[in-house]
Design a binder for this molecule. Structure first.
Ligand code: UD1
Ligand code: CA
Length: 476
């Protein structure tokens, strides 16, 4: 870029309560595509080549400070005092900069999450190249209500920003709105912020008034409009949160489709910004991919699958299931109706089938758990088959214990494995067995009492019933 900024500071406004969210959680901690609103804005701020990134916080400051220190530890946190308003917030942010700092200061809002780095860079370039004291980002909104309006004179020159609550009827008709994103000359802020009054509808020190002060002092200011409304969309309530979430998700889906992923129905497919997909992945309707999830080449996920913080291998298939904290190997198959809980590690070409729940379970390559089973705290070798309706009884009421099943094992239907237990390689277990003792390799375990049939019991004890007459005719 042909731009030279001597020094660059970024102030991120995040001190407000966000009353319109009606929430116990601070507004900027509400989630959007897998990150809090503040996470989106800080990621953008830290992508700029700035010497200081300064989030300004106040409401529930510890919740925000913990998040910032955990994920963006190079930020310089500034605390806003009890004086309200975006102008005061920037003033508090400014005091976190070294006293001899000079240069450009970008101000962004913690509740404007879709703003892109290249938009800010273009704003900076226009600001520096034109020698402006302040540059305001704006857009023409279809519905401008709630936003500050950009007031221009008859020559179209930028005059001031008027808040919705302070605007006249004529001003309310203006569709060009303030994004809440600015570049300021540090000298202007130092000079103008202490002079801000609070004689307005909200009784707050408005940052937007700095612009009018600069103009009064004969300095050059500009408002730069972009076409993309969504980049400047602010989130003040949960209705706007849902609107922005839908738009951001549509863009995430488009980007993955452009990168070689098939998405049958983007409107019901939700992908967090933290997810990675390889090419030729197919996502079917009703799929939600969250957190640090990855999906390998050629895998198919959906319909109706939720995946959280999990790795799905190349060529695997996951249908109508809930998968969290798990690893699914290449070519493996999961579902329909499987519940994979944290610590599940399914090997290549393995299978976790219908109505199967797994937890802390390492399942070797090619092993299958096809039906109606719970596997907890277990390790299963390769190419074993667990019979339908089996329970790994891992919990004795006080402690959890582990089970170990070897390779090439065949267990019968309706078994209970009472942990701790080891079943050796190549062993079999009979249907209905409750396995309480270790089974040596190659043995057949059975714990079933021999079956007795009481002949004619029904004829003697249920005479006259449909069962009795059916039995009678069968005997003829
Ligand atoms: C603000 C702008 C408005 C603009 C809109 C764009 C002002 C006066 N108005 O209005 O012109 O169209 O953003 O989205 O700036 N904050 C603080 N400290 C405070 C108050 C707010 O840090 O004392 C933070 C909030 O946490 C939020 C941001 O500043 O992240 C904006 O505050 P908000 O109350 O949402 O301002 P708007 O009414 O949306
Ligand atoms: Ca706002």
């Amino acid at each position: 870029m042909a731009m030279t900024v001597k020094h660059l500071g970024v102030i991120v406004l995040a001190a407000g309560e966000g009353t319109r969210m009606k929430s116990a959680k601070p507004k900027v901690m509400h989630e959007l595509a897998g990150l809090p609103l503040l996470g989106h804005v800080l990621a953008t701020a830290h992508s700029l080549d700035a010497s200081h990134v300064i989030p300004v916080i106040r409401h529930q400051r510890d919740v925000l400070a913990d998040y910032i220190q955990a994920f963006y530890p190079t930020s310089t946190i500034a605390d806003q005092d009890e004086v309200p308003g975006t102008g005061r917030a920037v003033e508090c942010g400014l005091s976190a900069l070294p006293e001899d700092f000079y240069g450009a200061i970008v101000v962004t809002s913690g509740d404007v999450p879709m703003l892109q780095v290249d938009t800010i860079e273009a704003l900076l370039e226009a600001h520096v190249d034109g020698g402006f004291a302040a540059t305001v980002l704006s857009t023409v909104a279809e519905d401008p209500s709630g936003y500050g309006r950009i007031v221009r004179n008859t020559d179209g020159l930028f005059q001031s920003i008027v808040e919705h609550k302070d605007a006249s009827d004529a001003q309310l008709a203006i569709q060009e709105v303030n994004a809440g994103v600015y570049v300021f000359d540090s000298a202007l802020l130092r000079e103008a912020l202490p002079r801000l009054g609070s004689a307005n509808a909200q009784g707050e020190k408005y940052l937007t008034d700095v612009v009018a002060l600069a103009l009064d002092a004969g300095q050059a200011v500009q408002a730069l409009a972009i076409d993309d409304f969504w980049q400047v969309a602010g989130i003040n309530d949960r209705i706007q949160l849902a609107e922005v979430a839908a738009e951001l998700n549509a863009r995430i889906c488009e980007a993955w489709m452009a990168a070689g992923v098939t998405i049958l129905d983007p409107s019901t497919t939700w992908i967090d910004v933290t997810v990675t997909l390889d090419r030729d992945v197919t996502l079917l309707p009703g799929t939600m991919l969250h957190g640090l999830t990855t999906v390998g080449e050629g895998a198919t996920v959906g319909p109706e699958v939720v995946v959280v913080d999990s790795q799905i291998g190349a060529g695997a298939s996951v249908v109508k299931s809930h998968v969290t904290g798990s690893k699914i190997g290449e070519g493996a198959s999961v579902g329909p109706f499987s519940y994979l809980r944290p610590g599940t590690d399914l090997g290549a070409d393995g299978k976790i089938g219908t109505f199967v729940e797994t937890k802390n379970a390492k399942i070797g390559a090619g092993s299958k758990i096809p039906h109606l089973t719970y596997v907890g705290d277990a390790e299963i070798g390769v190419e074993s088959n667990i019979g339908a309706g089996t329970i790994f009884a891992n919990y004795d009421g006080v402690n959890k214990h582990r089970s170990k099943v070897g390779s090439h094992v065949r267990t019968g239907a309706h078994n209970v494995f009472v942990a701790p237990i080891t079943i050796g390689d190549g062993a079999y277990t009979a249907a209905g067995t409750v396995v309480r003792k270790d089974v040596e390799p190659g043995a057949l375990a059975m714990s079933v009492a021999p079956q007795r049939n009481l002949a004619d019991w029904v004829l003697q004890n249920r005479s006259g019933s449909k069962a009795a007459s059916a039995a009678e005719s069968a005997k003829k």
